[in-house]
Write a protein that binds this ligand. Structure first.
Ligand code: OSB
Ligand code: MG
Length: 388
């Protein structure tokens, strides 16, 4: 069954280069319009305010992305809180002395509570830099084993079922291996039933983003008849207990997203039986250091994981692809083509989905994509530079 070796990731604890002295950290906000509004149970957005991080050391630039949204809906973090926490706490800790390993950086960050997306943005930039310094791809750096990763697409709530069916068909014909439907009360059983009737064989899942409570148990049980791959985060964002109750009454696997804020929560969720699948987002859990620990925990227990998405630019997307190349990521990730969200991405080439519903894992050193700095400049709203 699970005979392949777990993540090697020796650099987690041991340095494989001389300590890296970071010269400068740059925080930048960039607004990109979305092709079409993205609606979840939180509401609808029609543009994405990206928060990009670049760090400089040894004449190289490492890129990361803070995935926080503008409003504290999915998470309490926002672009504003992340700017504050990075500027006043995390960047000074990062610049204080040369960094000897990811573990060294994660240990410095651990003394500040929460703000996982802010921490992750800096970890991403550090790992990109380290990959360039050691002349290897991000995937190779973290012990990835896949040359291509399977991908699915997350479809927002639409104004009509006909429009949704249209989106489903388009993305199936683009090759996506799994369709995920956002649901909320009033946009659930009938809609999912309609999609299932039209597409009896596809890998189909739903994501409620916490729109239900345990008193909706009988309602949610009706989803069992649609042979779904999973029901993602049906209940409260910080709940594990009610999810365990619900899971014991459902045939369909529950996947937790919002509730899994780190390795300890992942362990607790598995011990309580709150879910059978875990969605790993590097931002939500606080960086590669934490994502790898959750991956390894789940791998050792035979729990499938997959890589979630946060409407990232190509920079965050490139990091997600590398994460999803680890052996435990056995289910399709929310890693769509750049063109799914943006008419033009900040990387070149953009992320493409191949006809078989996979994305190629880059082999070039670092991110594996060129960062289109001119395009970024042209859409930049704010820049803050922090120096050693
Ligand atoms: O719950 O997975 C989620 C987007 C923003 C915030 C939360 C979620 C999502 C998505 C889209 O579902 C995933 C993506 O394609 O980036
Ligand atoms: Mg989700």
């Amino acid at each position: 069954m699970h005979s392949a070796p777990v993540t090697a990731a020796p650099w987690l604890n041991t340095a494989n280069t001389d300590p890296t002295a970071i010269d400068r950290i740059e925080m930048r906000t960039v607004r990109l319009p979305l092709h079409e509004p993205f609606e979840t149970s939180f509401g609808s957005i029609d543009s994405r305010l990206l928060f990009l991080i670049s760090i400089q050391a040894n004449g190289l630039t490492g890129w990361g992305e803070v995935v926080a949204a503008e409003e504290p809906r999915y998470s309490y973090e926002t672009v504003g809180t992340a700017q504050h926490v990075i500027r006043d706490y995390l960047a000074p800790a990062m610049l204080a002395q040369p960094i000897s390993s990811l573990n060294d950086l994660a240990t410095r960050f651990a003394s500040f509570r929460g703000h996982n997306m802010a921490k992750a943005g800096l970890e991403l930039a550090y790992i990109d830099l380290l990959a360039q310094l050691t002349n290897q791809s991000l995937s190779r750096m973290i012990g990835g084993t896949r040359a291509r990763v399977p991908v699915g697409v997350s479809l927002g709530i639409q104004s009509t079922v006909a429009k949704l069916l249209d989106r489903v068909e388009k993305h199936l014909s683009d090759g996506y291996q799994r369709i995920k439907l956002k649901i909320k009360p009033g946009w659930d059983i009938d809609v999912v039933g309609e999609v299932r009737r039209r597409h009896p064989q596809i890998m189909l899942s739903v994501d409620a983003n916490s729109a239900y409570s345990i008193t909706d148990q009988n309602h949610l049980k009706r989803l069992d008849e649609f042979d779904l791959l999973m029901i993602e985060q049906p209940l409260n964002h910080d709940d594990l207990i009610d999810h365990a109750k619900l899971q014991s009454n459902l045939k369909t696997a529950i996947c937790l997203d919002e509730s899994i804020t780190g390795p300890a929560r992942a362990r607790q969720a598995l011990e309580l039986g709150s879910c059978r699948i875990i969605n790993i987002k590097i931002g939500r859990v606080g960086g590669y250091s934490q994502a790898l620990l959750i991956h390894d925990l789940c791998f050792s227990r035979g729990i499938p994981v997959w890589c979630g998405g946060m409407l990232e630019s190509g920079i965050g997307r490139a990091h997600n692809i590398s994460l999803a190349s680890l052996s435990g990521f056995s289910l399709p990730g929310d890693i769509s083509a750049s063109a799914r969200y943006f008419s033009r991405d900040v990387i070149d080439p953009e992320v493409y989905v191949l006809g078989d519903g996979t994305v190629e894992v880059p082999v070039r050193p670092g991110l594996g994509f060129n960062v289109d700095i001119d395009y970024i400049h042209s859409h930049t709203q704010t820049i803050h530079r922090l120096h050693r």
